[in-house]
Design a protein around this ligand. Structure first.
Ligand code: TPP
Ligand code: MG
Length: 375
């Protein structure tokens, strides 16, 4: 195997030593061997064979959801899809650290997190097909819908977390965003407010190296996690393709939030192996060599190697994973193709919780237009 190192200059949780340069937290190497890191291994000491297998299964299912989403868009069944390929460990590892009462504020790429939160796979494509304003009911899985406005969800998460803090609720709030989003004012404002008011929010940055065609080096002159310290927030870099390490640092951050310790920042170093969305062609701005390098760090292969090394892999388990993946994939695909077209007048529902004269006027106008179109 050629260069499989993910060791970039960075820092671990080191609130007292903000200039310390260390390495991203890693518990499993790309070849499946464990890393000796007692501090972080202790955070996942309870993760035995069953839980390791569950992590693997969930990552494979997340990848299948993504494959179906991309294929359905190519087949004309969806307007758009934002692939998560390559980011399965970042999403599944972190989501495994959450409780049902915690709340997730996501971007547009977190279908894997939604699966882990228990969403019905039949709902995942609703918005992307243009069949509804949202995919799922946020209250059912304590997770917001895909947010297209880059970084906005950081503010929503911080507000929700602050309110929970005032209510004395012992929950953690987590917000997912990308490396590019760290250049948005919304994320900067959220970090400042969360730190000053001790909001129990975990800022989870999936640094997938790209913001459409802009490389991460133009977003930040320092490792992104380091910027959290300027706000008074402890930050950590983690190997985002190592599900176990991601689980460990996210557990630490959510525990801090629940215990009243305030916000934390996690930079998960990962890679977007596919296009930004199905409307993007990454071959126009990045090299095949770069993509191949990250393929060697594939998060699913890594966990499989660990399971094999530790003799936890057998054909029965492989079949179980395939069956679950087929079940979820088929449900998503069938539900998408059979999804009824919405009544166009539904466009005006749920814009405001109460009646609004402007919406009423637009509704009347559109109804008249549709009537005319029928003639
Ligand atoms: C406020 C805002 N500005 C610009 C865009 C267009 N846009 C959509 S995604 C994106 C890049 C975001 O990159 P990053 O935060 O790294 O997340 P990733 O897509 O890599 O997951 C941009 C510029 C937008 N949706 N919202
Ligand atoms: Mg990005």
């Amino acid at each position: 195997m050629s260069d499989t190192s993910t060791r970039l200059p960075t820092m671990t949780w080191a609130a007292a030593v903000p200039d310390r340069v260390s390495y991203p937290v890693q518990l499993v190497q790309p070849d499946g061997r464990r890393v000796l890191d007692r501090e972080h291994a202790a955070l996942v000491a309870d993760v035995g064979p069953d839980k390791l297998r569950q992590l693997y299964e969930d990552m494979v299912v997340a990848r299948r959801i993504d494959a179906e989403g991309t294929a359905l868009q190519r087949q004309g069944q969806l307007g758009l899809w934002a692939p998560l390929l390559g980011q399965e460990a970042a999403q599944i590892g972190s989501a495994h650290a959450l409780c049902a009462d915690d709340y997730v504020f996501c971007s547009y790429r977190e279908a894997g997190v939604a699966y882990q939160r228990g969403v019905d796979p039949a709902q995942i494509t609703r918005l992307w097909r243009g069949a509804a304003h949202s995919c799922w009911d946020p209250a059912e899985i304590n997770m917001t819908n895909p947010a297209i406005v880059v970084g906005a969800q950081g503010l929503h998460a911080t507000g929700y977390a602050y309110a929970a803090h005032l209510d004395g609720a012992e929950i953690a709030v987590i917000t997912y965003f990308g490396d590019g989003a760290t250049s948005q004012g919304d994320i900067a404002e959220a970090l400042g407010f969360a730190a000053s008011w001790s909001a129990p929010v975990v800022f989870f940055c999936q640094n997938n190296q790209w913001a459409i065609s802009a490389p991460v080096r133009v977003q930040s002159a320092t490792p992104i996690a380091r910027r959290a310290y300027g706000y008074g927030i402890p930050g950590v870099q983690v190997d985002g393709n190592d599900a176990l390490a991601v689980l460990a640092v996210t557990r630490q951050a959510v525990a801090r939030a629940r215990a009243g310790g305030g916000p934390s920042f996690i930079e998960a170093i990962t890679y977007r192996m596919g296009p930004h969305t199905t409307a993007d062609d990454p071959t126009r701005y990045r090299t095949a060599a770069e993509t191949e390098l990250w393929q060697q760090r594939d998060p699913i292969d890594r966990l499989r190697r660990l399971l094999e090394r530790e003799e936890l892999w057998d054909s029965e388990f492989e079949q179980r994973v395939r069956a679950r993946s087929d079940e979820v994939g088929t449900r998503l695909r069938t539900a998408t193709i059979e999804m009824p077209d919405p009544d166009p007048m539904e466009l005006f529902e749920h814009v405001y919780t109460t009646e609004h004269p402007l919406i009423d006027a637009e509704r009347r106008e559109y109804a008249a237009y549709l009537k005319g179109a029928d003639l």
